[in-house]
Design a protein around this ligand. Structure first.
Ligand SMILES: [Zn+2]
Length: 270
């Protein structure tokens, strides 16, 4: 039967093609792991998720990540799950293209590109929060700048840029940063700042550690609420002078471990 080997070959090729197609792209091209992260960092990342819920910064949506301590090219973030439900088992490792190292069928956040592209653009950043923090939303849509009006939010003194996804994409979107190009555009808008607002969506907050990024997320939300209240009173609002802000930030930065310890203990106690 001279035709048989050829038929076997074709069947073999077809089987290979089906097998290749069946492998999810993320697993077929999975990047190498930087190794297991420090359990203490994972514990802090889990705590950060719950603290941000407790403090009204995130709800069923929003996410927080940390750069991998062993590689600047990797970061750690939960699978797609509500922040309050995150446990250590949910933490996944991603490369800066936001491809998971070991997906194992787990779903990933649609807007993970926010994290990968900011880590790529900002070597100083070691933790990132993306949230839909309600009090900041009006400042993203009115052109009224968010400015520090008390010492706890002195870190806002350099200005809070606003990312407009319509300008970045050149058209209509579903408002989500769902690809690398939009993530890069957001990182460009953020520039060297600690916080950027996202028009009609929320905010991104960055910092050198999880305690700092959680602190900044909490007090960005509080400052926005207080600023709206102060402006509603109708008088002239006196914001922090840049020099006051510089001094206040230097003082407060040394005390961030105090609220972090409290918030973490409360978050772990339930
Ligand atoms: Zn979002």
């Amino acid at each position: 039967m001279p035709g048989l080997p050829r038929r076997h070959l074709l069947l073999g090729l077809a089987a290979t093609a089906i097998a290749l197609r069946a492998a999810p792209p993320s697993e077929a091209q999975a990047p190498a792991s930087a190794g297991p992260p420090d359990p203490a960092l994972v514990e802090d990342l889990v705590a950060a998720n719950r603290i941000l819920v407790d403090q009204g910064v995130v709800d069923g949506y929003g996410h927080v990540s940390a750069r991998h301590p062993a590689s600047a090219e990797r970061y750690l973030m939960a699978r797609s799950i509500a922040p309050e439900l995150v446990t250590a088992a949910d933490i996944m490792e991603y490369d800066l293209d936001s491809v998971p190292v070991d997906a194992r069928g787990r779903r990933t956040y649609l807007e993970r590109f926010i994290h990968g592209e900011i880590y790529r653009a900002r070597p100083d950043v070691r933790a990132i929060v993306h949230n839909h923090s309600p009090s900041v939303i009006p400042f993203g849509v009115t052109g009224v700048p968010l400015r520090p009006l008390y010492h706890m939010s002195a870190f806002l003194a350099g200005g809070v840029p606003v990312f407009d996804i319509r300008q970045a994409s050149g058209g209509m979107t579903d408002m989500l940063v769902r690809d690398a190009a939009l993530g890069r555009a957001l990182a460009r808008t953020l520039g060297p700042a600690p916080v950027a607002l996202m028009r009609g969506h929320g905010a991104v907050v960055v910092g050198p550690s999880l305690p700092v990024v959680v602190f900044r997320s909490v007090y960005t939300e509080v400052n926005a609420r207080l600023q709206a209240q102060a402006m509603a009173l109708g008088g002239t609002v006196t914001f922090l002078d840049p020099e006051e802000a510089r001094r206040a930030e230097a003082s407060i930065t040394g005390t961030i471990e105090r609220p972090w310890e409290l918030w973490k203990r409360k978050a772990q106690g339930r």
